[in-house]
Design a binder for this molecule. Sequence first.
Ligand SMILES: Cc1cc2nc3c(=O)[nH]c(=O)nc-3n(C[C@H](O)[C@H](O)[C@H](O)COP(=O)(O)O)c2cc1C
Length: 427
Amino acid sequence: MADSPLSGALEFARMLAAGGFRLDPVESAPSIEDLRLLARKRLPTMAFDIVDGASNHEITLDANARDLREVRFRPRWLTDISRIDVSTTVDGLALDRPYVLGPLGLQRMIGGEGELGAVRAAGRAHIPFTISTASNWTMEELAEHATGPLWYQLYMYKSEKIVANLIERARGIDAEVLVVTVDVPLNGKRYRDHRNGMSIPPRITPRNAVQAVRHLGWTRAIMRPPAIGFRNLKDEIQGNNAVSHQEFVKKYLSNLTLTWEDIAEVRRQWDGPIYIKGILTPEDAVRARKAGVQGIYVSNHGGRQLDSSPSTISVLPSIVDAVGEDMTVVFDGGVRTGDDIAKALAVGADLVSIGRAWGYGNAAAGEKGVRRVLEILDEELELAMGQLGATGIPALDRSFVDYPEAWHGAGLHREPEPAAVTEEFTP
Ligand SMILES: Cc1cc2nc3c(=O)[nH]c(=O)nc-3n(C[C@H](O)[C@H](O)[C@H](O)COP(=O)(O)O)c2cc1C
């Protein structure tokens, strides 16, 4: 009997039952990359590319990921790691973990509930959730679902009245930090979105109709009221749902006269911490400090703006060195693992902002997907710190990493050489 086909089949069934008949691909996803692949399966290309894509040839998008891989760990074995503390404090804010969920707009374009599930998942884990000005729910609607801290990301539109009103409303929802994004004076050209005919709200065209039919769950979700648009501005700009994303940005978002002087005005209107998002050079970091803000995001908008901008990790060392301990430095761009978080902190960031990583979780399975993202990041961060022998966030310094020397500034920036003055100049 032991070797009969029947006993083999019974044994197989027993093992299957022990292993669980229904393996939930989201719950069991081992990595953010697995969630990204699930999202790609679930969404039509047009929607997946909104999260996954970047500008032009996606040189900067690729560089962010490639350069994070260039950072190598230097483990310190035989260290007591029985207690690892991942909590930290920035600008008087006590955080359970050294990361926040960063601003990602347009989340209803990926179907489901948009940002609502993510704000709930962040609340459950007590991680700050940054509401984007371009969110598909108003900040007040999102605040109703929040059980954890909220941060608010501001785009400085042309109209001072609109900006003042957004700041006032951010205060109204008790946002702890105002994140002012400065790297969108013009909207990046995202080839994938152009090819896909992406528009807000989404339109069903002959080209994407087949996909819409093949992804009925997504199609039903995007058709649900309220109409998808820039809801934070619903009372300000009439009819914005009818214009394309590009037109919208050109008409209402682009503020071509924005300068550092305008930051001083925001400073006057907001008492709490202000972080400038989009800094890529030590010079701009120093300007931000002079403007009186508390922090900066070393960010290239995930490669979605100026393509061929440097990767964020490669400019992080020189920026951290330029601003010293005086400012909070938040890092984003290409973070997909807990190891990436540990690397950015070791190189010198105070905090990491999670971008597409939570977008993939949201696209794969809404709230459940974002919860899984947070579990993965927590598991991996603790694993990295444990294996490094770093028992707390303040201990995680440059002695734990190696990275290219050139990242300390050589070749990154040079003041223009003053023209050589020759005494006798004859044309
Ligand atoms: C779909 C999507 C929407 C985004 N929307 C915003 C936004 O509204 N405001 C903003 O400051 N940054 C926005 N970002 C940029 C992110 O906050 C962040 O800088 C970037 O995603 C980090 O790179 P990573 O996604 O590779 O980690 C968006 C990014 C994505 C992918």
